[in-house]
Design a protein around this ligand. Structure first.
Ligand SMILES: [Zn+2]
Length: 213
């Protein structure tokens, strides 16, 4: 971050993460954008086969896309409650079909984790009840610019279970609901489901904050 930006962030009231014009009225958004950030819960349609059904809280568009990017890339963690509220709507739909399910956040790549300093998906899951951080990231490259087949291979190579936690989840007999921020091709969710299933965990469904349509 450049010094002038850092100083602005310190001394000026934070602007709304979505429109970047009005000052944020607490929680990172102005009142108009907070009101516009409503759930539009639907089944996403990922292209990659083997992806569990994915319910997304909204389209990756408008204030949701802006808020998600600011939360994730600029570490505006005050946006977490608004995003978690949306995610909760998607989880509620899936939880009805998978009673007793445990949320399993998809981990960020090691590089992203280092850069951001926090696990943005796990942070959204934390207030939502039973969560198992039983997936871990390997040196998965960023998927930008890869073909769908390359994304799938990269995702599979870069995700693994934390053996002790995955075994505990498998032994409990509870199913896993995968949680990710954005669903695009489904490559990451498909890979995550594959490694969990190999560890003996059922993965009936996944949820995402936003779907790219
Ligand atoms: Zn706004």
């Amino acid at each position: 971050m450049r010094l002038v930006e850092a100083l602005n962030e310190l001394f000026l009231p934070a602007a709304c993460a979505a429109c970047r014009e009005a000052p944020a009225a607490g929680r990172g958004l102005c009142e108009a954008c907070a009101a516009a950030l409503t759930a539009d819960v639907r089944l996403a349609t990922p292209r990659v086969s083997g992806t569990p059904p994915v319910v997304a809280a909204g389209a990756y568009d408008g204030p949701l896309a802006e808020a998600l990017n600011e939360y994730k890339e600029r570490r505006r963690r005050e946006l977490a409650p608004a995003l978690a509220a949306l995610l909760r709507r998607a989880v509620a739909v899936v939880a009805e079909e998978a009673p007793g399910a445990v949320l399993v956040p998809v981990p960020p790549t090691r590089a992203a984790r280092r850069e951001r300093g926090f696990d943005h998906v796990a942070s959204l899951c934390a207030p939502m009840g039973a969560t198992s951080r039983c997936l871990r990231a390997g040196p998965r490259p960023d998927s930008v610019g890869l073909t769908p087949a390359q994304r799938l291979r990269a995702a599979r190579a870069g995700l693994a279970v934390v053996p002790r936690r995955a075994a505990a989840l498998a032994d409990s007999g509870r199913p896993a609901i995968l949680v990710d921020d954005i669903v695009t091709t489904g490559a990451t969710l498909s890979a995550a489901a594959a490694v969990l299933r190999r560890a003996g965990v059922a993965v009936p469904a996944a949820v995402a904050v936003a779907r790219v349509e």
